[in-house]
Design a binder for this molecule. Structure first.
Ligand code: PMP
Length: 406
């Protein structure tokens, strides 16, 4: 049974007022709120366990290690990775993508090609540009049409033995467009031997992920968009590839032996986890996995699809409102502008006065904004605790903003 009141009761932050109005939190694409179970798990670690992992002989250190490894196993099951050592704790999606791009350096040479798409977040653009600068490889970009749908014919025509990496997001953070990942992977496998990287930052909060079924080589996401603390994230990589590529950060935890002449690396996953990890955060990420699984992926998706449909209907009743990617298959996001109002942040500021939290601007996707020839959009993004009443308040707020600014 999907019980929205029960779900909302688990998020104390949602009960507050902002600017004298009940908070309507619709900025979940930027970060989600955290349920009590996640907050408790984090607090329990710091009040009862706090000790460094892996190195300690004492009881608390062993307990911290055990709890963190339990969290790793929860994530393994959550994304259906074959082995727990294929699950690497990171700071988030950005670190995961930078890790892959850096660690692949020795496998990329001049004139090799890396393919990304027009729909990417800057964190799935810049690490590849840096890799190209280091190696002389070329970056190619799959274009999209006016609905924000990728032109897969372009992908097919540009894949070759030169293509070494293909990196896409599963869901666009700016438009909410769902990319046909299965098709992209099928086309890529058929036409190249490129490694496939999936940015799951905006899909993990909404979909059931199965990395084995998907057959990607890497899958990265952030904890903070799926009800876990900030500063947590996951890099999944296939064992054989993780064994081949070079470590990202050097330091403690990631060595087997270290002398001034030569260092050998620790086994997976520790080869990629240099330094003291975010133990409390990683354990709380495990609690966030439990939170989502207790509600159930099907229930989450059903509720969020209904929210999206309702938001779209209510907003499109407003004259002069344009939704970007309106005709594309989407999840979790409505990105829009009002005719004649060029500055999205003006709308955002009025909504804030009404207690409504949305994001305005380019959403770290400047190429998408350039494509539509706009500076930014107003983005309302949903989580499992949002309600239809909140979407009515949003639509009413947008009408008010239009009146005041028009
Ligand atoms: N990719 C996508 C699709 C995102 O939405 C985000 C966050 N907005 C990122 C990457 C970067 O995630 P983080 O800032 O948590 O590292």
């Amino acid at each position: 049974m999907f019980d929205i009141e029960n779900i909302r009761a688990q998020f104390p932050i949602l009960t507050q007022t902002v600017n004298g109005k009940p908070l309507v939190y619709l900025d979940n694409g930027a970060t989600s709120q955290k349920p009590i179970s996640v907050l408790d798990s984090w607090q329990k670690y710091y009040t009862e366990i706090n000790a460094n992992v892996h190195r300690g002989i004492h009881t608390l250190s062993q307990l911290a290690t055990e709890e963190m490894e339990i969290a790793r196993k929860k994530v393994q099951k959550f994304i259906n990775a074959k082995n727990d050592f294929e699950v690497i704790f990171t700071k988030g999606t950005t670190e995961g993508l930078n890790l892959i791009a850096y660690s692949m350096t020795n496998f990329i040479k001049e004139d090799d090609e890396i393919i990304i798409s027009y729909l990417e977040h800057h964190s799935n653009i810049v690490p590849w540009q840096l890799l190209c600068e280091r190696t002389g490889a070329k970056l190619k970009v799959i274009p999209m049409d006016e609905n924000g749908v990728l032109r897969l014919d372009f992908l097919e025509n540009n894949l070759s033995e030169k293509t070494k990496i293909v990196s896409f997001n599963q869901v666009s953070n700016a438009l909410g467009v769902i990319n046909p990942i299965e098709k992209i992977i099928e086309i890529t496998r058929k036409n190249s031997s490129a490694l496939i990287v999936i940015d799951g930052a905006q899909s993990v909060p909404h979909f059931k992920i199965d990395v084995q079924k998907m057959d990607c080589d890497f899958f990265v996401f952030s904890g903070h968009k799926m009800y876990a603390p900030m500063g947590t994230g996951i890099l999944y990589g296939k064992e054989e590839i993780l064994r081949k590529i070079q470590p990202f950060h050097g330091g403690g935890e990631m060595i087997a032996t270290c002398t001034f002449e030569k260092t050998t690396y620790a086994d997976l996953p520790f080869k990629f986890e240099a330094g003291t990890p975010n133990v409390g955060g990683n354990i709380a990420l495990g609690a966030a996995v439990d939170f989502m699984e207790n509600i159930g992926h099907e229930n989450i998706q059903k509720h969020e699809n209904a929210l999206l449909e309702y938001a779209q209907k209510k907003l499109l009743e407003i004259e002069g409102l344009k939704i970007y990617g309106e005709k594309a298959k989407r999840t979790g996001v409505v990105s829009f502008n009002l005719e004649g109002i060029g500055i999205a942040s003006d709308v955002g500021m009025i909504l804030d006065k009404l207690g409504i939290a949305v994001r305005t601007g380019h959403h770290c996707t400047q190429p998408i904004m350039e494509f539509f020839n706009i500076a930014g959009t107003v983005r309302a993004s949903f989580a499992v605790y949002n309600t239809f009443d909140e979407l009515d308040i949003l639509a009413e707020g947008v009408r008010k903003a239009q009146k005041m600014l028009g």
